[in-house]
Design a protein around this ligand. Structure first.
Ligand code: UFG
Length: 321
């Protein structure tokens, strides 16, 4: 059935792709975004747009809404280490205000954008939702705090919520793709090298305990991720907080990603060796069993070359005009 959804952070990478999927499925979408890191042009046609902060969501949220999908947050790990306070204020404080606004308006369903960074250095891989949570940076700590806050809200006030813990989101969905400034993520950086916008990609560490010495990550296509959000909307139950990892369950090394970009783009992509980046675990791979079982989710685009090809198409075409 068609629902009226508020999408906070819907001008960002994942938020815009989810908003586009919601619209395609016949839902009504209002995007709330302060454009601090998002792009106005990324808000899909057909969505209403409010230029505002989640802290002020109460000004717009009313009982006509059925659900909130909450993406608005600061998301740069390195920045969160250098200057943590805005992360707590925005990610945790902002969500507290949003939950209060939802309670006041009687909006009872929430899908939250959480992260594998809540687990920190994994004790075992693949990582299940029962794994210990010990974030190694303030970004992950704020997302974990929000997960706890949401759990409390469900228990106390009957909120129906799903937290989705993303592994390494990549790829693009038509005109909606990744463009951060500064860019820190591996695939967009390697594509910048392929386009000649950067000289070389620095490989952060080649002496990890992995098959080729470089870090292994679970790359998941942003469109597969979006489909999980629509399933989560239907799976949410009053008074319950469901937490699900979203990943493919396959790991690829930094070298494998670079080699895939060479094959997909046909460009040489020079690389240099660089020291390890502090806080990078050797291997992060999801167990996605729970998402498959409880959401009925199946990632349809697990192939790394396909993920890279979609990101390349977006990088070549440039962002939405
Ligand atoms: N890397 C390089 N060179 C670069 C950029 C990245 O070698 O120029 C390496 C990193 O060291 C890492 C891998 O490529 O081993 C992937 O790095 P990303 O920065 O693309 O992604 P992360 O795995 O660090 O982080 C992602 C999300 C975070 C989230 C984290 C949770 O971007 O938001 O997963 O595990 F917190």
């Amino acid at each position: 059935s068609s629902r009226k959804c508020l999408v906070t952070g819907g001008a960002g990478y994942v938020g815009s792709v989810v908003a586009a999927h919601l619209l395609a499925a016949g839902h009504t979408v209002t995007v709330l975004d302060d454009l601090s890191t998002g792009h106005r042009a990324a808000v899909p046609e057909g969505a209403a747009f409010i230029h505002g902060r989640v802290q002020d969501a109460g000004q717009w949220l009313d009982s006509s809404y059925d659900a909130v999908l909450h993406f608005a947050a600061f998301s740069q790990v390195g920045q969160s280490v250098a200057d943590p306070e805005p992360y707590w204020r925005n990610n945790v404080g902002g969500t507290a205000d949003l939950l209060a606004a939802m309670r006041d308006a009687g909006v009872r369903t929430l899908v939250f954008s959480s992260t594998a960074a809540t687990y920190g250095e994994p004790a075992a891989v693949p990582i299940t939702e029962d794994a210990p949570t010990a974030p190694t940076n303030p970004y992950g700590a704020t997302k974990l705090a929000v997960d706890h806050m949401i759990g409390g809200e469900c228990a106390a006030h009957g909120l129906a919520a799903v937290s989705l813990r993303y592994f390494n989101v990549a790829g693009a969905y038509g005109p909606y793709g990744e463009r951060h400034a500064p860019e820190t993520h591996l695939i967009p950086i390697v594509l910048q090298v392929a386009r000649g916008e950067r000289e070389a990609v620095a490989v952060y560490g080649d002496d990890y305990p992995t098959p080729d010495g470089t870090c292994v990550r679970d790359y998941i296509h942003v469109a597969d991720l979006a489909e999980a959000h629509l399933l989560a909307l239907s799976a949410a139950r009053d008074g319950e907080h469901l937490i699900c990892n979203l990943g493919n369950g396959n790991g690829f090394s930094v070298h494998e990603v670079i080699e895939t970009v060479r094959k997909v783009t046909g460009h040489p992509v020079p690389q240099t060796a660089a020291p390890r980046r502090p806080g990078d675990p050797a291997v992060l791979v999801a167990s996605a069993e729970r998402a498959r079982e409880t959401l009925g989710w199946t990632p349809r685009r697990p192939d790394l070359a396909g993920i890279v090809a979609d990101a390349w198409e977006f990088a070549r075409r440039g962002p939405e005009q």
